[in-house]
Design a protein around this ligand. Structure first.
Ligand code: HEC
Length: 141
């Protein structure tokens, strides 16, 4: 009897690793089923599109990679860096080969500076969200 009660209490208070829609509600959970629109785009909107949007600082500096909603997927997946065509921004399924990921994790990326330029790095969970999005195929989802 007591054992059953303990399980019932645990189920009510502890468990629930994934919500029904697969979204990431608990900060400690491993990240999976990443959606570009739901999970990645808000990070880009908060930290990147100030410069990487139509007429933004990066655009005016000659970097046409637009990270705004509706533009970001086509701008990065399978696309070469504008400053070095041996570097591919996002290689679907291969985070380690993706220059986009290198630009947000490395203090000395192959070209230019760590992103976001002129401000603090993305936190671990934001980086992991983008890494898993690439790992899962960089879907337009
Ligand atoms: C303050 C303006 C600014 C912000 C904010 C910013 N960037 Fe950039 N970004 C630039 C500039 C300028 C360049 C070109 C110089 C360089 O590569 O360092 C660039 C280059 C890049 C490149 C290389 C593009 C290419 O074609 O080679 C990537 C990838 C990138 N940024 C990703 C990001 C991401 C992701 C964010 C948000 C987390 C971000 N940037 C935020 C200004 C910015």
């Amino acid at each position: 009897m007591l054992g059953g009660l303990a399980v019932a209490v645990l189920l009510q208070t502890g468990g629930c690793p994934t919500s029904p829609d697969g979204s990431m509600d608990n900060p400690g959970d491993p990240i999976s089923n990443v959606s570009l629109a739901r999970d990645v785009q808000p990070i880009l909107a908060a930290r990147c599109t100030g410069c990487h949007s139509d007429g933004g600082f990066a655009d005016r500096a000659g970097i046409p990679m637009l990270l705004s909603e509706g533009d970001s997927h086509a701008a990065v997946t399978g696309v070469a860096s504008d400053v070095d065509d041996t570097l591919t921004l996002v290689v679907p399924g291969d985070p380690d080969a993706s220059y986009f990921l290198e630009k947000i994790v490395s203090d000395a990326p192959a070209r230019g500076a760590r992103m976001p330029l002129f401000s603090g790095p993305l936190d671990d969970r934001e980086v992991e969200t983008i890494r898993v999005w690439i790992q899962e195929g960089a879907l337009d989802n």
